[in-house]
Design a binder for this molecule. Structure first.
Ligand SMILES: NC(=O)c1ccc[n+]([C@@H]2O[C@H](COP(=O)([O-])OP(=O)(O)OC[C@H]3O[C@@H](n4cnc5c(N)ncnc54)[C@H](O)[C@@H]3O)[C@@H](O)[C@H]2O)c1
Length: 301
């Protein structure tokens, strides 16, 4: 089976490698030439254009960083809806504005092309280990046709509802919680360190206590303990999802004051130049801000 994958980044690359190792023939496209070279070196067929990408594909997955990128890839003049025959199934695994998933779905319906908006959770590790969770919005019948292929990439495939934005809405709730956990871990572990607690020992204690969370484990074990914030899931991508969640809250008339404070916190961190680091860099940011806070306090006393 010929599968296409557009967006060979932190998520798309390991997904494409897993498809290759499962025996699929995979053609990839990315604006970044380096990503295409890495993909070709792993046995994939690098497409030079979108037209080359769609040729003979039965299923095309996308993993794109923004609503604008998805709009151009799906709805642009040389985009997927303009190029694809009706036999292709298109699956967007990106997290983008829910309104855009609705718009792509509407235009796909009008052209008779099958589309699913299926954002994923589980991070790069989930993409590498085939343990992603898919949250799928769109026709259940379309999902049933591609479920076995998605199952080679993830261990959980949930149909949320027929509405194209429903998977994304579920994903935004997931990421709102990730935003809280990440900020919570950053502040709590700074307090722990300054209180003289050994962070490694504390992790072992809290890992079997109610303070445990998968984000604590991910952020501490992979990033904070190694003092290495190469992404991962970048702070700017998390911030994008938090802003979408706040837009959703506004549309639905739900007042979320704590979430608003959270968005402001991440926005400040992005404005301070941390957007391309893993989101767990909030731990380092809280530490640096505490140093400035202490220095200011000393200056005033
Ligand atoms: N990184 C994670 O842990 C994670 C987890 C779950 C979901 N997501 C979501 O998955 C999506 C991808 O995330 P990522 O971390 O892989 O991002 P990324 O920035 O690492 O990768 C995106 C890739 O898309 C390519 N691209 C951008 N515009 C393009 C276009 N018009 N045509 C072709 N290629 C294009 C970029 O060059 C890049 O290689 C995002 O929507 C993100 O929110 C990420």
């Amino acid at each position: 089976m010929q599968i296409g994958l557009i967006g060979l980044g932190n998520m798309g690359m390991p997904m494409s490698k897993n498809l290759l190792s499962s025996g699929y023939s995979v053609r990839g496209f990315d604006l970044n030439k380096q990503a295409l070279e890495t993909f070709a070196a792993a046995g994939g067929e690098a497409a030079g254009t979108m037209e080359e990408l769609v040729e003979n594909c039965e299923l095309i997955l996308t993993s794109l960083p923004s609503t604008e990128a998805a709009e151009s890839v799906y709805l642009g003049k040389d985009g997927l809806l303009a190029l694809c025959p009706t036999s292709v199934v298109l699956v967007d695994t990106s997290t983008i504005a829910p309104e855009m998933e609705l718009e792509i779905g509407k235009q796909a319906d009008a052209k008779g092309v099958s589309f699913l908006a299926a954002p994923v959770s589980g991070g790069v590790v989930g993409a590498e280990n085939r343990t992603l969770t898919f949250m799928v919005g769109g026709p259940k019948a379309v999902l049933e046709g591609v479920q076995s292929h998605l199952s080679t990439l993830g261990s959980n495939v949930f149909h949320i509802s027929e509405s194209y934005d429903s998977g994304t809405n579920a994903k935004l709730i997931n990421n709102l919680l990730i935003g809280f956990y990440t900020a919570g871990v950053a502040e709590a572990l700074n307090l722990a360190r300054e209180s003289g607690l050994n962070l490694e020992f504390l992790f072992n204690v809290l890992n079997v206590s109610y303070g445990q969370s998968r984000i604590y484990e991910r952020n501490y074990k992979t990033f904070i303990a190694n003092d290495d914030y190469d992404p991962g899931f970048t702070l700017k991508l998390l911030n994008k999802d938090l802003r979408f969640a706040m837009d959703l809250a506004k549309q639905r008339g739900v007042d979320l004051p704590m979430s608003q404070a959270l968005v402001d916190l991440y926005q400040d961190a992005e404005d301070a130049g941390l957007g391309d680091k893993d989101m767990s860099v909030m731990y380092e940011r809280v530490g640096n801000q505490s140093i400035s806070f202490k220095a200011e306090k000393e200056r005033l006393t």
